[in-house]
Design a protein around this ligand. Structure first.
Ligand code: CO
Length: 220
């Protein structure tokens, strides 16, 4: 279908339903964007961040990329974070990964896919950093799941280390960074319990990743 007519029809049906529930919904939405949450997640099509946690349009600011990476030279991600923190004044940044992530798997397997290999190189660096912990796991699936968890936790640290979040904490802004992981086969998010809310708590988490790498993460 050249015009993707079916998608446009579905969109009109959705908009009608929203208006049936609340006739002024879109008019109100147009006047103000006031989300409390910034979501940084994987681009994977099987995850629908706002829908799966029952959020309406306007409630969550979203950035997604392959394997939910926060790289300090990625102007796209940093710009989203800066706008969300400084202008929208979100209170929570949720870094969300998922078990069985194709990006993490490609990095673990050293699969050659093209340009993306350079992006996934960041995860290969993590696999090397946590080599000893990963080697303790005999099962491949367990190693993959552990690396998916490690990746989320390291990205939480990465978010906390940005000048954006550091400056927000220094000026006393209430801002928490959380690490979640999603299990595609049951549709449930799990809190990895690595929330940071200050420079001190970030230091604690960084120490935890250095000293107790094998103990971090909750498993399935
Ligand atoms: Co993924």
């Amino acid at each position: 279908m050249d015009s993707l007519k079916n998608l446009l029809e579905k969109n009109r049906n959705w908009a009608e339903k929203m208006k049936d529930n609340e006739p002024e919904f879109f008019e109100k939405l147009a006047g103000l964007q006031n989300p409390e949450y910034l979501w940084i997640g994987c681009s994977d099509s099987r995850i629908t961040p706002a829908t799966s946690i029952g959020m309406l349009p306007g409630e969550m600011f979203v950035h997604r990329n392959i394997a939910n990476l926060v790289i300090h030279t990625d102007m796209n991600c940093l710009s989203v974070m800066q706008f969300a923190v400084d202008v929208l004044k979100v209170k929570h940044i949720i870094v969300c990964g998922h078990y069985g992530c194709g990006g993490v798997k490609a990095a673990l397997d050293d699969t050659r896919l093209g340009l993306i290999d350079n992006w996934l190189r960041h995860i290969q660096d993590l696999a090397h950093k946590y080599q000893a912990e990963l080697d303790q796991l005999e099962n491949y699936e367990e190693r993959l799941d552990k690396l998916c968890e490690i990746n989320v936790i390291e990205q939480v640290v990465s978010v906390g280390e940005t000048t954006i979040v550091q400056d927000a904490w220094l000026r006393g802004q209430d801002l928490r960074v959380h690490g979640w992981i999603y299990y595609i086969t049951d549709g449930i998010y799990r809190d990895l319990k690595v929330t940071v809310k200050s420079i001190e708590s970030l230091d604690d988490l960084r120490l935890k990743t250095i000293n107790q790498r094998q103990k971090i993460g909750v498993g399935k």
